[in-house]
Design a protein around this ligand. Structure first.
Ligand code: NAD
Ligand code: SER
Length: 325
């Protein structure tokens, strides 16, 4: 009896949500949209992007072509579709951001402000907006970088993410907008291509290993960075969004951690599957970006507040990547 009641109640709460995923055709957007549609039903999750609809999400639910910078158009869609929650994924990442700082600042900030304003006006139930390990700078601790510490980012991407975290905090405290965020590490996936980040080498290396059995890495061999396999990131995102509001003690953005490795270590792991694989190193401008970030982060607050725990380690992630590419 009690189990039946719990199930019906959970289903009712989930089924009344109408979710908009902005940036649904990107590296995270495709997999997040598919998982949200599995949980909430295809028609309840509207995918939106500037780009043409991604092949993997085609036919699984509604798609709208939308520029998040056009606030009026976004507002109309939110009202017309009866949206209750938004996952905002549109952004310019670290490496691309350094090539066009003004554009990166403009898109990363204005998209968030547009969404937060509409959330306030339409009383949306929840907003998700990801921050990044890029908020940390050279003066932050390199190892087990704490949730709260010295934060002086040196990339425009990191500056925009840090400012965004404080806008989320502001809208929560000032207007009661239930916006939630986590500082994703570098995300590793094979379903959709990455969008111009410094951690993208950890994806390229698998394609190069499969196709050419060699890889020329744009980071030095000993560059340790925090990383996460995408199934863990998708699960973390949904767990954070489904957590009871009273469990959320951080209204800026949570540190979350999974796997920390260097190019040398990932190459060694790949060689266990492809013994003839070789790696060379030719660091470029992205080395300075990576050097400004921590090698690992302390995510004990996320673990305590909403029970975060990763499932994949370097070996299991590498095996899955090589099996699926
Ligand atoms: P991505 O570049 O792969 O995807 C972003 C998507 O947003 C693209 O499909 C793009 O077409 C779309 N977009 C861009 N401008 C738009 C606009 N004006 N209107 C509507 N759509 C627009 O990025 P991603 O890797 O999927 O990252 C998603 C979010 O997660 C970003 O906020 C990013 O900063 C954050 N993040 C990603 C990583 C990672 O490793 N991928 C790590 C930390 C944080
Ligand atoms: N993967 C992202 C990047 O390298 C981190 O936010 O830009």
């Amino acid at each position: 009896m009690a189990i039946g009641f719990t199930f019906t109640f959970t289903y009712k709460i989930m089924s009344k949500e109408k979710i908009l995923v902005i940036g649904a055709c990107g590296q995270i957007g495709v997999e997040l949209t598919l998982e949200l549609r599995r949980l909430y039903g295809g028609t309840n999750v509207i995918a939106a992007d500037l780009r043409e609809e991604n092949e993997l999400i085609k036919g699984t639910g509604p798609y709208v072509s939308l520029d998040v910078m056009n606030k009026e158009m976004l507002h109309v869609q939110v009202i017309r579709q009866g949206i209750t929650q938004i996952y905002l994924l549109a952004a310019i990442l670290s490496a691309t951001g350094e090539k066009n700082p003004n554009l990166a600042w403009h898109l990363n900030m204005q998209s968030l402000l547009n969404v937060l304003d509409i959330a306030k006006e339409e009383k949306l139930t929840r907003i998700f907006w990801p921050s990044s390990i890029a908020v940390f700078g050279p003066t932050s601790p390199k190892k087990n970088c704490p949730q709260q510490t010295v934060i002086e980012p040196v990339t425009v991407y990191g500056i925009s993410k840090y400012a965004g975290e404080f806008w989320c905090n502001y809208y929560f405290h000032r207007y009661a907008v239930d916006v939630r965020s986590m500082r994703y590490p570098g995300l590793i996936s094979y379903k959709s291509s990455p969008g111009g980040g410094t951690t993208d080498y950890a994806i390229e290396i698998f394609y190069a290993a499969r196709e050419e059995k060699k890889y020329n890495c744009f980071l030095r061999e000993d560059t340790y960075l925090p990383m996460m396999y995408i199934p863990d990131a998708i699960r973390a995102t949904i767990e954070l969004m489904q957590a009871d509001a009273e469990k959320i003690s951080v209204r800026t953005s949570y540190n979350v951690s999974a796997i920390n490795f260097s190019p040398n270590e990932i190459a060694t792991e790949i060689k266990k599957h492809i013994p003839e694989f070789t790696i060379t190193y030719q660091p470029d401008y992205r080395q300075a970006i990576a050097d400004s970030w921590p090698q690992s982060v302390d995510d004990s607050v996320a673990r305590k507040d909403w029970g975060w725990k990763e499932e994949f380690n370097l070996a299991t992630m590498a095996k899955e990547m090589l099996n699926n590419i």
